[in-house]
Design a protein around this ligand. Structure first.
Ligand code: ATR
Length: 270
């Protein structure tokens, strides 16, 4: 029987994950199916139980289900624990469910391996203190930036995140206004502002000459933040398509034990 996988989310219509995993499976000669399922939060637990009862092997969860997935699994990887969210669920041989979060490692792989961006000893700014931000702060701190600032419209949320992650490395929370006069080599947009075509209220001049801008969101047209980066003279201002492919590759690896090659898939999406 073909091993079954799926991505759950709401909405899910435009998900690129089925295409990505199809290509990974073809490339590595793995027999599997991967479908997109629209699942609303109120029926998530039921949908998950049904999928695994029917023999499913693994599920990816996307917006707005990652926190629910965190609650639903039996075991968590260390990185999922820190991120408070699960994007990849694997059914283990004993039937229990393992929850992982491959978003952070996906971002780091895209930044460092695909784009050649250094993080070690760099000044890094993360915008936003929601779920997306929480998924990437651990791996970012592990990459040893000289400074890691976390700025958010609601400062109390950034402060709470600072407390949570300070055991992993030095992180400073801030309002957008208090960033004035500072400069960063890498600015990452982890707010959901791009999804509504808007931009956090950040001052001009925050990006160092030759700096890099990275938006975790992606869309057909350049996002408002990617455009802002270009206007600010970024050496590189990109959206999160690379992260999407790399988080998928790490999920595929967790499920199948083989790491797919991502460059051709990424090229196809761009
Ligand atoms: P996600 O899981 O996508 O991170 P979330 O947990 O709802 O979603 O968090 C959304 C983040 O985007 C928050 O940091 C939010 O700022 P607040 O905490 O102040 O609400 C941020 N955000 C959304 N729209 C924004 C906007 N127009 N300007 C600035 N920040 C915005």
């Amino acid at each position: 029987m073909t091993d079954r996988y799926a991505v759950f989310g709401f909405p899910i219509g435009h998900s690129l994950s089925p295409i990505i995993h199809r290509q990974f499976a073809d490339q590595t000669g793995q027999q599997l199916s991967y479908e997109a399922q629209e699942v609303k939060p109120d029926v998530f637990n039921e949908a998950l139980a049904d999928f695994f009862k029917a023999g499913g092997k693994g599920v990816n969860c996307t917006v707005p289900l990652k926190e629910l997935a965190y609650e639903a699994v039996d075991q968590l990887t260390q990185r999922a624990k820190f991120s408070g969210a699960v994007n990849t669920i694997k059914r283990l041989d004993d039937g229990s469910l393992l929850g992982d979060n491959t978003d952070g490692i996906g971002l780091l792989t895209d930044l460092c391996t695909n784009l050649g961006v250094e993080i070690d000893d760099q000044r890094v700014l993360v915008l936003g203190a929601g779920g997306a931000s929480r998924g990437i702060l651990g791996p970012l701190l592990e990459a040893k930036p000289r400074q890691l600032y976390l700025a958010n419209r609601t400062v109390s949320k950034a402060k709470a995140m600072e407390v949570l992650f300070s055991s992993l490395g030095r992180i400073q929370s801030s309002s957008y206004e208090d960033l004035a006069g500072k400069q960063f080599d890498l600015i990452i947009n982890a707010t959901s502002a791009s999804l509504s075509g808007s931009l956090p209220e950040i001052a001009n001049g925050l990006l160092s000459p030759n700096g890099v801008c990275y938006d975790l969101a992606y869309s057909e047209q350049p996002t408002a933040f990617v455009c802002w980066g270009m206007q600010e003279g970024a050496r590189l201002s990109v959206d999160g398509r690379g992260m999407l492919v790399e988080q998928a590759a790490h999920a595929f690896h967790l499920w199948r034990g083989v790491m797919p090659e991502t460059s051709a898939v990424l090229k196809g999406l761009k």
